[in-house]
Write a protein that binds this ligand. Structure first.
Ligand code: URA
Length: 210
């Protein structure tokens, strides 16, 4: 497997991330940027999708050419902010199956509480990509991965926009087999569990709920 943590330092990713961090960026612009940046990150995280050769006829001759192999990818949104990353990946991999994990963070304990779980069948035969823009304490991310593993997933990746060192460490301890792809490893968490310098509450910023 590749590195446990991959930070995508592509200039377009970093430029769009700066715009997203800026508190003056509007809800609609934030959502559009998240969509675009997710596609760039998805390019990286799908790098190891298996291929097989298929025979096709080009206008010139017959050739064996690579095509995605095996069961369709499973994309799992960690509600609610993960939903802002779904469409970007689905545009690149339209045949992906989609699941949802509902966890909210108890603001006192910062521990995850499950309220919804629905995943595609035969998870064990698919590459599973869990999406959540913010890897903060890592508690809800690790809990979401626990649920996916209980449902049979064995080949899991985690796609986020920002990661805190605390969250990366928590994930590495709980799920060393899960590769994390992110646009930035930020400095730290604050006392309320927010990523610093971060971008605030990703859900509120993409849905305009504050
Ligand atoms: N969730 C968010 O939306 N933002 C943070 O900084 C941490 C968790």
């Amino acid at each position: 497997m590749s590195e446990h943590l991959t930070v995508v330092d592509h200039p377009l990713v970093q430029h769009k991330l700066t715009l997203m961090r800026d508190k003056g960026t509007s809800t609609s612009e934030f959502r559009r940027l998240l969509h675009e940046i997710t596609q760039l990150l998805a390019y990286e995280i799908t790098r190891e999708l298996p291929l097989t050769d298929t025979s096709i006829d080009t206008p010139m001759e017959t050739m064996d050419s690579p095509i995605l192999a095996g069961k369709k990818l499973a994309l799992v949104s960690i509600l609610r902010a993960g939903n802002g990353m779904l469409d970007g990946v689905l545009e690149l991999v339209p045949s992906a199956r989609v699941g949802f994990v509902g966890l909210y963070r108890d603001e006192e304990t910062l521990q995850p509480v499950q309220y919804y779980f629905k995943a595609p069948k035969e998870l064990g035969d698919r590459m599973v990509i869990a999406v959540d823009p913010m890897l903060a304490t890592g508690n809800s991310s690790a809990a979401a991965i626990d649920l996916l593993k209980e449902a049979g997933a064995t080949n899991i990746r985690f796609l986020c926009l920002l990661a805190a060192p605390e969250g990366v460490a928590r994930m590495k301890e709980a799920h060393p087999d899960v590769q994390i792809v992110t646009a930035s490893l930020d400095r730290e968490l604050n006392e309320k569990g927010y990523i610093m310098p971060g971008l605030g509450d990703a859900g509120d910023r993409m849905f305009g709920t504050k």
